[in-house]
Design a protein around this ligand. Structure first.
Ligand code: NAP
Length: 269
């Protein structure tokens, strides 16, 4: 009986060893899965995103969020020395005034040979506006168009070679629901028109670059509490950035040429 028991013990030993190994392997897998579950799956430091106007407002929150989610972030600012909040996020900072061709050219040469995966044209201004047409200083609207429409176009033209070297080829430009012609309820005539022009630029480029698998989109960030708006606005910059992040990182070539809000819902042109 004793020897039979020892025989049984010895016979079970390999089985026990295998079971133990399997259990610890499975536990290891579960542990690994739960550890990675909290980690970003949508990006890593090898994916680079460039965000214009990243020193404050929505651009700053986007820079911070992309950085936290593991992207390599280049945030641009007109005055990098004064971009203290952006510096505090730990991202790379480059100088850029999107209305200044020399500044755009110097960004281009600074970034020569570096792949960019996502370009976020966020910089924008509210610009001059009056309640009534009779008071409007039309010459001042040139600035609004220079920043909101032509500014993004300058940056895109300069950085297309970098985007070609990237893997995602996403160009997202911050438009506004106010740029929708269909949903135009009046007011802010220059701002609205400048965002409509940006939407049109986006559509043109989405056609020109579709054969290279680029994804050009225009986005509405929601009504967000920044220097451009007021405290009554719906979203904090962090809330808007978190939603925009989800939309941007989920983009594919199927989305090329589209106009989305921060929840990924299409907006009428
Ligand atoms: P914001 O707080 O006023 O920030 C605007 C950013 O754009 C700043 O970083 C500013 O830099 C930069 N900028 C302005 N002119 C520039 C230029 N010539 N060159 C480079 N950067 C320039 O505005 P925001 O609310 O965050 O808006 C960000 C974007 O979202 C804009 O395109 C805006 O039209 C759009 N948007 C906002 C809302 C909203 O509810 N807030 C709604 C719809 C769309 P400086 O600090 O140097 O001026």
């Amino acid at each position: 009986m004793k020897s039979r028991r020892r025989y049984l013990d010895l016979g079970l030993l390999p089985v026990l060893l295998i079971v133990t190994a399997l259990v610890s392997l499975t536990a290891g897998e579960i542990r690994a899965a739960s550890e990675t579950a909290d980690k970003p799956t949508t990006g890593n430091r090898e994916s680079t995103v460039l965000i214009t106007g990243a020193n404050r407002g929505i651009g700053l929150a986007l820079a911070n969020h992309f950085h936290q989610q593991g992207f390599a972030v280049i945030g641009t600012a007109r005055k990098p020395d004064e971009a203290l909040a952006l510096k505090a996020t730990g991202v790379e900072i480059l100088q850029l005034d999107i209305t200044d061709p020399a500044s755009v050219a110097s960004l281009k040469s600074e970034l020569q040979g570096r792949p960019l995966d996502i370009l976020l044209n966020n910089a924008g201004i509210g610009g001059h506006s009056t309640p009534e047409l009779k008071d409007l200083d039309i010459e001042r609207l040139k600035d609004t168009f220079d920043v909101n429409s032509l500014g993004a176009l300058r940056v895109i033209q300069a950085l297309i070679p970098n985007m070609r070297m990237g893997t995602r080829r996403i160009v997202a430009s911050m438009s506004s629901r106010m740029g929708s012609i269909e949903q135009n309820t009046g007011g802010a005539i220059g701002y609205r028109a400048s965002k409509s022009a940006l939407n049109s630029i986006n559509k043109s480029l989405s056609s020109e670059f579709s054969k290279e698998d680029f994804v050009f989109v225009v986005l509405h960030p929601g009504w967000v509490r920044t220097d451009m708006t007021n405290e009554r606005a719906t979203y904090s910059t962090d809330e808007s950035a978190q939603q925009l992040f989800k939309v941007i990182t989920a983009l594919s070539t199927r989305d090329n040429g589209r106009f989305y809000d921060l929840h990924g819902k299409s907006i009428a042109w």
